[in-house]
Design a protein around this ligand. Sequence first.
Ligand code: NAD
Length: 244
Amino acid sequence: MRLQDKKALVTGASRGIGKAIADRFIAEGAEVWGVGTKEPDGLAERISEANGRLHWICADLGLLDQVETLVEDLIKEADGFDVLVNNAGITRDNLSFRMNFADFQKVLDVNLSAPFIIARTVGRAMIRQRRGSIINMASIVGIHGNGGQANYAAAKAGVIGFTKSLAQEAASRGVRVNAIAPGFIATDMTGAMTDEAREKTLSLIPLKRMGTPDDIAGTALFLASDESAYITGQVIPIDGGMFM
Ligand code: NAD
């Protein structure tokens, strides 16, 4: 029970990586406020299995002018969070030369601006509490770039930048801020890849498999718990050794 009685806000908790993180946190004793664009299938069962320690909020985090108020209301409802996982994210892939600006902007809104607004709103309250762990979901693409993903790479590079800046600003107040940079993880997001692209990517992974959402949840749990009490401002790649 590494998160006994801790309260966590997890965005994008309906499926994939965010769901695995929310489930793992609950299994380790946390109470979780999950956010997603819509109610996930089987929500009632998830809440009952969690003995009521899962709360669900439907919200579009791309509506930037509503995000701060939404988060402030959640902080009041929870009476403060110990952990924030900024996980919600989208892709709108295309070659830069063909990408329309709306798709560039949309990915920046959801993947960079919303996480920043959420992190600073939750971070402010954590600073008042003198404790907290913020975990931002970046990507190896934010470190290395990726053809066809200029919008996504720019957003994730931005996430890494604000993670390190916020970590410097908040460290002396007992708040830690880190990022996880997943590689190639089997979720709906990567489900749309062609077989050819999948084979090509797999051939670049020394551990010879795609990652699973649970591979990411284990590190999120570590960063959320006191086991990582001396770690802040870091970006942890979880990519099967793809970049070493
Ligand atoms: P996914 O598509 O399976 O799930 C995305 C989640 O984000 C869903 O719960 C969805 O409801 C939520 N979401 C999307 N837009 C939202 C919005 N506007 N408002 C509120 N919620 C919204 O994706 P995933 O693969 O689980 O990815 C989770 C995170 O991990 C993302 O930030 C993604 O960029 C990152 N990531 C994923 C991979 C991968 O290979 N799957 C690799 C690197 C980074």
